[in-house]
Design a protein around this ligand. Structure first.
Ligand code: GDP
Length: 525
């Protein structure tokens, strides 16, 4: 690919993830986006992955049981001259550190909120991880076809709970049964909720932002109330600020209903306009690698293990940071300095696996891996070495004690443990005094995958004893005194030997804080 071609291809990429709390409507909106992208022709296709439809495929047993399919890990389509990559962020019981790590591979995030519920727990967690990266966040207030909370209330909540300004790109006229449509401030038009014909869907507003006097909606009290609200927003609301949006300090807010496909297209059109193309990425040395740099580079943000129980292969997901990926190319694995030929690569579409034809900065490539890669690894082509900044460490919330079932099989237990921890499947801690093994995770699925893989790949049956939810806080080693440890605030060390306390609950943490007011406690992301 010539340099100018590369630049054009990179400028077209829009790579993002959708963050939301379960049931807010992520699947439904994803499906609508895929419909607009022409990837699927019928609604219900994406939902199908939760049914038995995919059971015949050969993914690992846990995936089969749960009906998750890796084929939907990345969905790619072309829309309005842009190439869109949507990265799936599993929630519910499938929530894991991979969900967080996926957010390290996107250039923007879309936050879907149920307008009746407002910001919920999982959205808050995912938001924190995205916000930390300082990337643009777009908000879709969903389920407008139902009675929800006051729009002003929802915008205020963004500021109060998440600390981000909201700028309403459009505004609902009524809600639930009284929903008339959207007042679109950006495109200066009204979008009717249930137009009689498709041609009547959009009505242009005049220069003062008013509907034609003879329009049916213009006669409604709800419309006049909306005009008052818009005036209020114009005068006292946040001003649209592209720089703040780019930094993730302001979020453009769109209202709509994914289920009835209302406001989704308007959202998508704005999104492709304002979402950023791939940006540069920092290296360990503090320099930046530009996406249009012709030398290929990328990093591994997720490893999906043992897709096929008959083969121990895994798929390593690479975010391409610069240049062009070509099949069969030689790359250097920065951690080991080894050269690896990338023969078998796949790119993931919504419903089928396809071989990569063209992947440039911004795209995601899945590489078949026989154990070469670890999460966070940098790979690059050419002679000039590149090492990207390591992925952040996340604070686990769930903990398990783990021991081998058969004490005679210590060796395989230790080997499996070491490799799975290195690979990033779970986090490992040791108790200070007794050196017992404790596993930490952000989602239950990580433990299940760990147990399954220990058995299947290392022939090591493990005994796991749940310790439940704990609050992990790293403690300044200089202030550490082993006497501070108790069962309610267990002292352990992480894989780097850094000490931390696992508090049983918020009460135990407060108690500790009162007793040792000068001791510094910190959390990871
Ligand atoms: P996810 O868990 O975030 O992926 O949520 P889903 O997309 O599976 O949606 C959860 C439920 O909410 C499903 O029953 C959807 O049909 C429903 N839903 C999604 N969007 C809307 C909407 O705009 N209006 C209404 N009334 N229901 C919706």
């Amino acid at each position: 690919m010539k340099q100018t071609e590369l630049e054009q291809a990179v400028a077209k990429r829009r790579t993002f993830a959708i963050i939301s709390h379960p049931d807010a409507g992520k699947t439904t909106i994803t499906e609508q986006l895929l419909l607009f992208g022409g990837v699927i022709r019928e609604a219900g296709t994406v939902k199908g992955r939760k049914s038995s439809h995919f059971a015949k495929s050969d993914w690992m047993a846990i995936e089969k049981q749960r009906g998750i399919s890796v084929t939907s890990s990345v969905m790619q389509f072309d829309y309005q001259g842009k190439r869109i990559n949507i990265l799936d962020t599993p929630g519910h019981e499938d929530f894991s550190e991979d969900t967080y790590r996926t957010l390290m591979a996107v250039d923007a995030a879309v936050m879907v909120i149920d307008s009746a519920k407002g910001i919920e727990a999982q959205t808050k967690k995912l938001f924190k991880v995205v916000k930390d990266r300082g990337i643009p966040i777009f908000t879709f207030m969903n389920k407008l076809d139902r009675d929800g909370r006051e729009p002003l209330d929802l915008i205020a909540e963004l500021e109060d709970l998440l600390g981000i300004e909201g700028y309403a790109m459009n505004w609902p006229m009524g809600s639930g049964k009284t929903l008339l449509g959207l007042y679109d401030r950006v495109n200066n038009r009204v979008e009717r909720y249930r137009p009689e014909t498709p041609e009547q869907r959009f009505v242009e507003l005049d220069a003062d932002g008013h509907l034609p006097a003879d329009d049916v909606i213009a006669k409604e009290a709800t419309y006049r109330a909306t005009l008052d609200e818009i005036e209020l927003l114009d005068d006292a609301g946040n001003q649209f600020d592209a720089d703040k949006i780019a930094r993730g300090d302001q979020t453009p807010v769109f209202f709509g209903s994914a289920l009835t496909n209302f406001g989704v297209e308007t959202f998508l059109n704005s999104f492709v306009q304002y979402a950023p193309a791939p940006t540069a990425k920092k290296t360990v040395g503090g320099t930046e690698v530009q996406p249009t740099n012709e030398q290929f580079s990328g990093f591994i943000f997720k490893i999906q293990a043992n897709m096929n129980p008959n083969h121990r292969d895994r798929i390593a997901f690479v975010r391409v940071v610069s240049g062009e990926f070509t099949k069969g190319m030689d790359v250097t694995l920065e951690r080991t300095g080894k050269t690896i030929r990338l023969n078998n690569s796949t790119e993931f579409m919504a419903a089928e696996r396809e071989t990569v034809t063209e992947a440039v900065a911004g795209d995601i490539v899945g590489l078949y891996d026989t154990g070469n890669f670890q999460i966070g690894d940098t790979i690059y082509a050419g002679k000039q070495g590149v090492a990207f900044e390591p992925l952040p460490q996340f604070t686990p919330e769930l903990f398990m004690k783990v021991t081998p079932k058969n004490v005679m099989k210590q060796k395989s237990f230790h080997k499996g443990m070491q490799q799975l921890v290195q690979e990033g499947a779970v986090q490992l801690y040791r108790t200070y005094s007794t050196n017992e093994y404790i596993l930490g995770a952000v989602g239950q699925l990580q433990f299940e995958v760990f147990k399954f893989r220990m058995q299947n790949e290392y022939n090591s049956e493990v005994e796991m004893t749940p310790m439940g939810n704990r609050t992990a806080r790293w403690i300044n080693p200089d202030q550490l005194d082993e006497k501070m440890s108790s069962s309610r605030n267990l002292l352990v060390k992480d894989v780097h030997g850094e000490p931390l306390l696992l508090f049983e609950n918020a009460f135990a943490e407060r108690w500790f804080h009162d007793k040792y007011p000068d001791v510094e406690l910190t959390s990871k992301l």
